[in-house]
Design a protein around this ligand. Structure first.
Ligand code: MEV
Length: 309
């Protein structure tokens, strides 16, 4: 038995605008992960994927056209490696809530691909893996920028401009981030599609908002590089305000953002696709407990704390 895994992610600045070519900053959440556990199968059994959380069990046949993201991921990996399905059982389970802006789909796909390659006696480079996971995201999530799969596969904070242009990002001081989950499932595909409709109806107006987000990201990058957490916090709030104007926040997200700010967070914003899912707050050691309590009080169904370094 071997265990492979991949982390959840948060977007610190720049979601949605990044789909239109603006830079964004994202980070993994190392302690919140999806897992793939390999068990050797009996000869002739073929490849079986067991999704523990949903109770599904699926056989992978290279020839079959199946409308299932896990089977499709496995097929993509096997075709890429140019091998037949091994006799193996891969169990999947995840601690990352689905459709919550935390990159759960990318993390499961990444863990599965790593496990399957190992069952075939091979390893995938991060570039190969990133390409395979992106291809799946594209099929199931519309027009992804590629930031989610990149931060999940590389498992390091990144400054992402596009799929060919991203780099590790280091803030001068570690960032203490409290993450609050509204508990509302909201597929990223829908909010990205709605922003696209707004864009098509008013390209210049939306372009201005996307550029405003781009300015937040660039200013935040500079603030974080010199350890100016107060400015970095203000820029989170500015970024959130523009996302509200793009209609991708929600009453619940706004409530959690306000609660975090009221409890002394340096900044707070929705994170990811929005409309539900998660928000983040930048805190200090002194404000962390108060912010956590305020988020729970304001209706967060789960709260995590992570450090971005
Ligand atoms: C989702 O985590 C980030 C979005 O910008 C979509 C994308 O970049 O693919 C909303």
């Amino acid at each position: 038995m071997s265990i492979y895994s991949a982390p959840a992610k948060i977007i610190l600045y720049g979601e949605h605008a990044v789909v239109y070519g603006t830079a964004a900053i994202a980070a993994p959440i190392p302690d919140l992960r999806a897992f793939a556990i390999t068990r050797s199968g009996e000869a002739g059994q073929g490849l079986v994927i067991r999704a523990i959380d949903s109770g599904h069990e699926l056989s992978v046949d290279l020839a079959a056209e199946v409308d299932d993201a896990l089977v499709e991921m496995a097929q993509r990996v096997l075709r890429h490696l140019n091998v037949e399905p091994p006799d193996a059982l891969i169990e999947l389970r995840s601690d990352i809530p689905i459709a919550s802006g935390l990159g759960s789909g990318a993390a499961i796909s990444t863990a599965l691909a790593r496990a399957l390659a190992a069952c075939c006696g091979q390893t995938l480079s991060r570039e190969e893996l990133n390409g395979l996971v992106y291809a799946l995201e594209r099929r199931h999530h519309g027009t992804p920028s590629g930031i989610d799969n990149t931060v999940v596969v590389y498992e390091t904070p990144i400054l992402f401009r596009n799929r060919e242009d991203f780099e590790p990002f280091r803030a001068r001081t570690p960032l203490r981030i409290v993450i609050g989950d509204t508990g509302i499932h909201a597929p990223t595909k829908e909010s990205v599609g709605d922003v696209r409709r707004l864009y098509n109806a008013d390209p210049q107006g939306i372009e201005r908002k996307l550029r405003a987000i781009g300015v937040c990201v660039e200013s935040a990058r500079r603030a974080l590089e010199i350890g100016d957490l107060v400015s970095a916090g203000h820029l989170m709030v500015e970024n959130h305000m523009v996302l509200r104007e793009l209609t991708v926040s929600s009453i619940e997200l706004d409530r959690l953002v306000e609660a975090a700010l009221g409890a002394g967070a340096l900044g707070a914003k929705m994170s990811g696709g929005g409309r539900g899912g998660n928000m983040i707050a930048l805190v200090t050691a002194e404000t962390e407990e108060g912010v956590r309590a305020a988020l729970e009080e304001a209706g967060a169904v789960r709260v995590w704390v992570t450090e971005v370094r």
